[in-house]
Design a protein around this ligand. Structure first.
Ligand SMILES: NC(=O)C1=CN([C@@H]2O[C@H](COP(=O)(O)OP(=O)(O)OC[C@H]3O[C@@H](n4cnc5c(N)ncnc54)[C@H](OP(=O)(O)O)[C@@H]3O)[C@@H](O)[C@H]2O)[C@@H](O)CC1
Ligand SMILES: Nc1ncnc2c1ncn2[C@@H]1O[C@H](COP(=O)(O)OP(=O)(O)O)[C@@H](O)[C@H]1O
Ligand SMILES: [K+]
Length: 567
């Protein structure tokens, strides 16, 4: 299972490795630079065939140091390499300075100014390859000035004939590697949030920001280079497991290697190893009224397909004919009010509950949510149940550790408005156009921008805060989905890079997700295992089906995906 690190954790790993005396910072930098070159050659085989022309932007820290290593290695292969340096190279940290000195023995460095960069481009035309080695994990504030302008020149590179792509060393410069947000850049800069790097090469572990928010769009593709410090990884975690973030992932090549997939696998093996349907759990999904039962039926189908032994829909009387006409293997019970639900839930074999999809609103529905919460079973609360929770504080007080809240962005904002505001607020609002015409306001803005420090508030921060407040697992959906426990352990699932499945954003898709999760709960998974397993399975089903997917197709893909999993 892949751990996603923050910048601080990565720095701690490097420090532990260097402090051990078994490896030097210079060796790590050499491995990093070589890893970048190898990744480039792996990605574009034409670069391996003959020398090309590269432009390398080197920053004032060790990210710049990696850039000088790349410059030297490419030049050793007879590439034509031009280096622009930000800041005074003589003030580089020691390892980077060593590599700068090795570079200038035979190469040249021009100060990174817009004028220098433009003069070079005018004289030579586009390069075959651009390397962004300005800032990596040491970025502390927004990039400003000429460096920012030059980065802006690189946006959209590699799209046309004869124009080389951008490779980012560790991260596109300016990207906050903890949050995936472009530091300070909310609407303030000319460049878009996509099509910056074609390839980002990071070291040891991917970082959280490579998977969240704008990270994937800016990174292009992500390559992770092993620089031999795994041994020291996680020393910072001792006693702080709650700080960890894991990637919910699995590819057909990685079968069985990722812990997050194990729940699904184990559950499936267990399922086949046992014979009694009740030993696979009995899930109950509460439906809405007449004409509103489709969402719950989708969820029920997801729960049954993933492997719950039995799935029963709790249906109000008037909606029963409609439901009966649509189900076969899924069962139904008439539940016309909260009292009836209380009675049914006396059956302890109903071991996982789902409420919310298509439920509707009003006091009677709120009573159903109350009955479900009072039953204290593993429970998925989705869709309308989340809005009811937002409206009724006394319902929120009934949340317990076995609950999973599965909001999308809008539902999250209703439930946790203050947290959502922190997540969406620009770190620094852009001055209005009339203000920016005013030089003083503009200058004040620029200095405030430059004074910002530290990582941006991330989706992981927000979901952790929400889970702590709610006292249960929270899963915030989106192309990047974050799951967090109240004590802070978090899982990120991102349908990005080679796992992108934008067609998954289709009506009813969230209902199926809630159902798969409920099925996994019924099968005995913990809430975080069920949540992580369900998001992975959900995306995998969408990928297995491909474009044109509608929600009904998702449960029907589960057998195919499971077959591949248990092979
Ligand atoms: N250590 C190792 O063993 C290994 C490290 N590796 C590599 O090192 C990278 C981390 O290096 P790093 O810590 O030196 O940070 P880096 O990203 O180069 O930036 C720091 C410099 O930038 C400056 N600065 C920051 N923000 C700024 C801004 N907005 N505008 C202007 N300046 C700004 C900041 O200045 P200050 O904040 O102190 O004023 C400081 O001078 C990592 O990403 C990886 O590539 C690999 O070689 C593997 C082994
Ligand atoms: N760009 C995207 N790529 C992949 N999955 C996405 C994307 N956008 C949303 N999703 C997923 O689609 C599902 C939509 O769920 P939801 O918002 O509840 O919709 P609905 O209520 O219509 O079912 C979620 O699982 C979410 O993670
Ligand atoms: K960089």
């Amino acid at each position: 299972m892949t751990e996603l690190l923050t910048s601080a954790q990565m720095r701690a790993n490097e420090h532990a490795a260097i402090a051990s005396g078994e490896v030097t910072g210079l060796e790590l930098m050499e491995r990093a630079g070589r890893g970048v070159v190898d990744a480039i050659f792996e990605h574009w085989w034409t670069y391996r065939q003959r020398p090309h022309r590269a432009v390398i932007l080197c920053g004032p820290g060790n990210n710049g140091g990696d850039g000088y290593v790349v410059a030297r290695l490419l030049r050793d292969l007879n590439w034509d390499v031009t280096v622009f340096a930000l800041g005074d190279p003589e003030r580089l940290p020691p390892d980077a300075l060593t590599n700068y000195n090795r570079w200038v023995e035979t190469g040249r460095v021009a100060p990174l100014t817009l004028a220098n960069y433009d003069a070079y481009s005018d004289a030579h035309g586009p390069a075959d390859l651009y390397i962004d080695a300005l800032f990596g994990t040491g970025i502390t504030r927004p990039v400003t000035g000429d460096a920012w302008e030059v980065l802006g020149r690189l946006v959209g590179m590699g799209q046309g004939m004869g124009v080389g792509p951008v490779v980012a060393v560790d991260a596109p410069s300016g990207l906050c590697m903890d949050s995936g947000r472009l530091l300070g850049a909310e609407g303030a800069y000319a460049w878009g949030l996509n099509q910056f790097a074609a390839l980002t090469v990071t070291f040891d572990c991917p970082k959280v920001g490579h998977y969240l928010a704008d990270g994937p769009g800016l990174c292009g593709r992500l390559a992770v280079v092993d620089i031999g410090i795994q041994k020291w990884r996680g020393q910072y975690v001792v006693g702080k497991a709650a700080q960890s973030v894991w990637l919910a992932e699995m590819t057909p090549d990685d079968l069985g290697a990722r812990a997050v997939t194990l729940p699904v696998k184990q559950a499936w093996h267990a399922h086949h190893g046992q014979t009694h349907k009740y030993s696979h759990g009995h899930a109950m999904v509460v439906t809405g009224g007449e004409g509103h039962t489709g969402a719950a039926r989708l969820a029920a189908r997801g729960a049954l397909r993933i492997g719950a032994g039995l799935v029963t829909l709790a249906v109000p009387g008037p909606a029963m004919p409609e439901v009966a006409a649509q189900i076969t293997a899924v069962m139904m019970r008439e539940i016309s009010d909260a009292r009836a639900l209380d009675t049914v839930l006396e059956d302890e074999r109903l071991n996982a509950l789902c409420i919310g999809p298509g439920l509707g609103f009003g006091p009677a529905r709120a009573d159903l949510v109350r009955a479900v919460l009072q039953a204290k079973r593993p429970t998925v609360l989705d869709a309308d149940a989340l809005t009811l929770l937002a409206e009724h504080e006394e319902l929120r007080d009934l949340l317990h550790d076995g609950c999973i809240l599965t909001p999308h962005g809008g539902e999250f904002a209703r439930l946790f408005p203050d947290i959502a505001a922190k997540l969406t607020a620009p770190r620094l609002p852009k001055p209005s156009d009339s203000q920016s015409a005013d030089l003083a306001a503009h200058n004040a803005y620029r200095s405030a921008l430059a004074a910002q420090t530290g990582p941006a508030y991330s989706k992981v921060d927000a979901v952790r805060e929400a889970a702590k407040r709610a006292g249960c697992t929270v899963l915030l959906k989106g192309a990047d989905t974050v799951i967090a426990r109240p004590e802070g352990a978090a899982v990120v699932h991102a349908a990005v890079y080679d796992r992108a499945a934008p067609w998954l954003a289709t009506a009813g898709s969230g209902d199926v997700l809630a159902g798969i999760m409920t099925g996994l709960l019924a099968m005995g998974q913990t809430s975080v295992q069920a949540a992580a397993g369900a998001v992975w399975m959900h995306t995998e089903c969408a990928r297995a089906f491909g474009p044109g997917l509608i929600a009904e197709d998702l449960p029907e893909q589960i057998p195919t995906v499971v077959k591949a999993l248990v092979k």
